[in-house]
Design a binder for this molecule. Structure first.
Ligand code: WTA
Length: 641
């Protein structure tokens, strides 16, 4: 069996076979790109993407911080690049959809079928009045219609806003209101562990007090149901529509989509990604970081509700003319080897997942992956949080059978695609190390004062990557303050990092953002949700480390009414399920009399963190109410027993 890695000392490097197949096997690309990054990206843009009109060389990159534009004056349509370009191989599978029920056959959409369905649906949206620049909300599980809806928006030049299907109605409503969407695309439900989950009821609740006038429903769990009024079936609206839709030509810097993400306040930010720069970066990072070739099947397990699902489960593989596999269901259903079975059965070549999933499978035992050869695999990758050495080794040995490199990809919703990683044909593949800035991009590690340091805060330097965010929806101030305030003319990632042998190791967030099972959630967002409960007067949320989920939130609550009880704890958790969604549910709730605060009334979460970690809390003298600390300490101790 071909091995794509060789061992040298403590680290792994690409083998001859890997070097032979890889798009890039020579380090010189880094030097070439660094010499003139703007020219480098200009060349990549022309090579990788089809432009209707090109830009003049002086406009390849225009920087007026905090904004910057790439390929200004260039015109393109994204869906032409993802679909029409590949119609020369009309029968090539674009999407393989694997339903949760192993008895339900997969759906395979060829490029030609996908193209037709996207055009028909674009025509349907147009008839509903959707135009270039309008926002469309998408609240769908991981089914082919999600990709069809997203691509149809890009055909029209409408801006899609995908909302994670496990989010609760309140969370969906806030996102619909913020972008002023008139059309919502959803489904009646989806399957989870063999059970039918109702999505339409949540959607119905969410659209109250919004401007939504049409709701398009994919009948996933009840195929024969008809709808009335503003609710319309996905296939009915497309039926009889032309399978031709002249693509809308977009400016490179026109917005393509918004994706809401957690920051340090209660309100999620609408991260804007534009069309041209995102297309170029997505095409090239997919090709070079995952070493995707046209013949390859790539499986990125992320849901389309997250940026990873946008960029690497849908857009990256399609821009490259590859095949993407999407799976609807729970990873360990009906048995803990479901994922490994899918890899074997569909001959997946590139597999991309999150450390939290790897840790879950580790717990379930080696016997499950041991049953499957998985010899089609060539590249394994991870994203979302730092991967510890133990999980890395398990992934390497049990899934890759010691044959495949692991590419640890660092990035964020804001960066649009992976920007720190090693390339499969170059290496080295070292546990816990993400690696180098993608060619043509630059990151530095700074100390608090903004000076370069071997350990500290991770920033990105100019020229900023083409796929970087283009602002925060309707909130210039937020954009400026979040990313551009702390470090002069450098993009603040809010991550900590360490430089090790010139390679970057990312250690995680330095702000009040948690990563719970790889999902991004802010303490303020959860506190906001808790404070909305009639029982809650005040709350403070702090993350604690968790072996499986990376981090989990713990809530400290001062009650407005009611008495501390297990029952009330349950009700409060349920309240979080209903307002934000179960991902955000606190692992534990402590009912306290008072929260530690400074004289100016700021809650000192750090003290609560110390208590939970069994450390002596420091800085009590700055508190206005130091007497509240001892009872909290005792309460935590008692619960830990
Ligand atoms: C974290 C996910 C360490 C980081 C694409 C970042 C990582 C946040 C890695 C963004 C990695 C992502 N190693 N940490 N390879 N990848 N992160 O917006 O803290 O959901 O800031 O985007 O995830 O999360 P987001």
């Amino acid at each position: 069996m071909t091995s794509y890695v060789t061992k040298n000392g403590n680290s792994y490097w690409p083998s001859k076979a890997m070097k032979k197949i890889a798009w890039i096997n020579n380090k010189s690309i880094y030097k070439e790109a660094a010499k003139n990054p703007i020219k480098f990206w200009g060349k990549l843009a022309k090579e990788g993407i089809h432009w209707e009109e090109e830009w003049s060389p002086k406009n390849t990159y225009v920087e007026k911080l905090p904004y910057f534009e790439w390929f200004k004056g260039g015109k393109l349509n994204f869906s032409v690049n993802a679909l029409d370009r590949h119609l020369g191989q009309p029968n090539k599978p674009a999407i393989i959809f694997v339903p949760e029920d192993p008895k339900e056959p997969p759906t395979i959409l060829t490029y030609s079928e996908l193209h037709q369905r996207v055009c028909k649906f674009a025509n349907a949206l147009k008839r509903m009045g959707v135009k270039k620049g309008d926002a469309v909300s998408i609240y769908l599980p991981l089914i082919p219609e999600a990709a069809i809806a997203m691509l149809a928006c890009t055909r029209i030049g409408a801006i899609h806003s995908v909302v994670f299907s496990a989010f609760a109605p309140d969370a969906l409503r806030a996102r619909i209101q913020d972008c002023d969407a008139r059309v919502l695309i959803t489904s009646d439900g989806y399957y989870r562990r063999g059970k039918k989950e109702n999505l339409l009821n949540k959607a119905k609740k969410a659209i109250k007090k919004t401007k939504i006038k049409d709701v398009i429903v994919v009948p996933r769990i009840n195929k024969n149901k008809n709808y009335w009024g503003k609710f319309k079936r996905f296939d009915d609206v497309s039926y009889g529509r032309s399978s031709h839709f002249p693509p809308e030509m977009m400016n490179a810097e026109d917005p393509m989509f918004i994706l809401y993400t957690s920051g340090t306040t209660g309100k999620p930010k609408g991260i804007i990604h534009d069309t041209g720069g995102y297309a170029v970066q997505t095409y090239w990072t997919t090709k070079l970081v995952f070493d995707l070739h046209k013949e390859d099947i790539m499986w990125c397990t992320a849901d389309i509700g997250w940026i990873t699902g946008h960029t690497y489960a849908v857009y990256g593989p399609l821009l490259n003319g590859g095949t993407t596999l999407i799976y609807e269901g729970t990873p360990d259903f009906p048995k803990p080897d479901r994922w490994w079975d899918i890899i074997n059965k569909y001959k997946v070549n590139i597999f991309y997942t999150a450390p939290t999933a790897i840790r879950m499978f580790m717990r379930l035992g080696d016997k499950w992956p041991n049953k499957h050869k998985m010899d089609s695999l060539r590249v394994l990758a991870t994203v979302g949080e730092p991967i510890d050495e133990h999980a890395w080794k398990w992934y390497f040995n049990k899934i890759g059978k010691g044959r495949c490199p692991i590419i640890d990809t660092w990035w964020q919703t804001e960066t649009g695609g992976t920007l720190i990683n090693v390339l499969p044909g170059i290496g080295p593949f070292v546990p816990t190390i993400a690696g180098l800035s993608f060619p043509g991009t630059k990151h530095s590690i700074l100390d608090k004062g903004g000076k370069k340091a071997p350990q500290g805060f991770l920033v990105q330097n100019s020229p900023f990557a083409p796929g970087m965010l283009h602002g925060v929806w309707k909130n210039h101030k937020k954009y400026k303050e979040t990313y551009w305030k702390t470090y002069n003319k450098q993009y603040d990632t809010s991550d900590g990092a360490i430089l090790k042998n010139n390679l970057i190791r990312v250690t995680g967030r330095t702000d009040d953002v948690m990563k719970v099972s790889g999902h991004r959630l802010s303490t303020a967002e959860l506190e906001d949700a808790l404070n909305k409960s009639k029982f809650v007067n005040e709350s403070a949320v702090v993350p604690i480390p968790d072996n499986l989920r990376g981090q989990v939130p713990v809530a400290f609550i001062v009650l407005e009414k009611g008495k501390p009880s297990e029952e009330l704890e349950k009700r409060i958790k349920k309240h979080v399920d209903n307002t934000l969604g179960p991902t955000a549910r606190p692992a534990k709730v402590y009912f306290v009399n008072d929260l530690p605060k400074t004289r100016s009334g700021k809650i000192m979460r750090r003290i609560l963190k110390n208590i939970l970690a069994n450390e002596e809390p420091a800085g009590l003298s700055t508190l206005v109410n130091p007497e509240c600390v001892q009872p909290i300490k005792e309460m935590v101790k008692e619960r830990k027993k």
